[in-house]
Design a protein around this ligand. Structure first.
Ligand code: SF4
Length: 335
């Protein structure tokens, strides 16, 4: 299988290899993450896109080993953070990695913040736990982090509770907590879904600025290709628990190879065209408990061939660091 390397030649900060996460349900085994591989360089942003249920969030939760037990289980693969396999760490060791090595921003800031604790104390907690700071050095660090996420008058906001802040401000506090211990990787799972468009753009710019000043690698999970085009270096397109195409933003937007990627791009609204209804992708994703033999996209694919119903396509390299899982790619390469 070809490798899904990060775009620049620097050694990757994160490598995910053949990751597989399954859930036991009453109806059988559900393959939520099915052989996912990619890497992430320092300072790079990788967009993870796909419809709901495609495995984007499950991939991220698997990286941090935050899978609901006992139903969910990581059944195979490696997650290498600077060469250390996180899947082999003890519970205590992985707790150290969360926040300090890799941190995560979730879509709804209210579910990430405790409504009963002041924001200052919530920002202080990881700095105390992971960096052992206390007293005045702890509060200096809290003020520094709040300034990094551009909270106006941070000194005055330390005693505020989450409900006293706007949605955009709360999301910045979540951002502050996530980067407070200078993680090497930040996973942002639909971080702007709960925000209005202007605040959304401001928060994404803030994440990019933080990335520039700290050099962290970022995985941006979204279903919004517009956000990907503006904020990512590379894109991985997920479908039915697999990465079906991965490449630079330019490759994916200018030369999409997989029929699913092309369909996603067609569903993007264009300012120059008038639509009564936004185009959507015909059909439904397959039932993950009852995946068809062969390619998972076959029922929705306008190009499906007999081989697609018999055999699962392997990942094929189309150009340097641009890969897709589709027999059409193989055919075009042979033509
Ligand atoms: Fe379509 Fe076949 Fe390619 Fe799957 S492998 S996306 S069914 S052409």
């Amino acid at each position: 299988m070809a490798h899904t390397q990060s775009a620049n030649n620097a050694s990757p900060v994160l490598e995910v290899k053949n990751l597989r996460t399954h859930f036991q349900t009453r109806r059988g085994e559900l393959k939520a993450v099915n052989n996912v591989s990619f890497s992430l360089a320092r300072g790079e942003t990788l967009g993870l896109v796909g419809e709901s249920g495609s495995g984007k969030s499950m991939t991220c939760f698997s990286i941090l080993r935050m899978i609901a037990k006992p139903a969910g289980k990581i059944v195979g693969g490696e997650v290498l953070l600077d060469g250390t396999d996180l899947l082999k760490l003890s519970e205590e060791e992985i707790r150290e990695v969360r926040g300090k090595g890799i941190s995560m921003i979730l879509q709804d800031p209210m579910t990430s913040l405790n409504p009963l604790i002041s924001v200052g104390k919530q920002v202080a907690e990881p700095l105390h736990l992971h960096q052992g700071l206390s007293g005045s050095s702890l509060w200096d660090a809290v003020r520094e982090v709040l300034a990094l996420v551009r909270i106006p008058a941070p000194e005055r906001r330390l005693k505020d509770y989450p409900h006293q802040m706007s949605g955009g401000m709360r999301q910045r506090i979540v951002g502050a907590i996530s980067v407070s211990c200078r993680p090497r990787v930040l996973i942002a799972d639909e971080p702007t879904t709960a925000l209005d468009v202007t605040i959304q753009a401001q928060f994404l710019k803030l994440l990019k600025d933080m990335q520039k000043s700290t050099g962290l690698g970022m995985i941006l999970v979204t279903h919004d290709l517009g956000i990907v085009a503006k904020n990512c270096d590379r894109v991985a397109v997920m479908y039915a628990g697999k990465i079906v195409e991965i490449g630079s933003v330019r490759d994916i937007f200018d030369r999409p190879a997989h029929p699913y990627t092309r369909a996603l791009l067609r569903s993007l609204p264009k300012l120059s065209e008038k639509h009564d209804r936004l185009p959507s992708i015909e059909g439904q994703p397959p039932d993950l408990l009852d995946l068809p033999a062969g390619c998972s996209f076959q029922e929705r694919c306008p190009h499906a061939m007999p081989i697609c119903r018999r055999q699962e396509p392997e990942q094929t390299e189309i150009a340097k660091e641009h890969l897709a899982r589709c027999f059409l790619v193989d055919e075009e390469a042979e033509a």
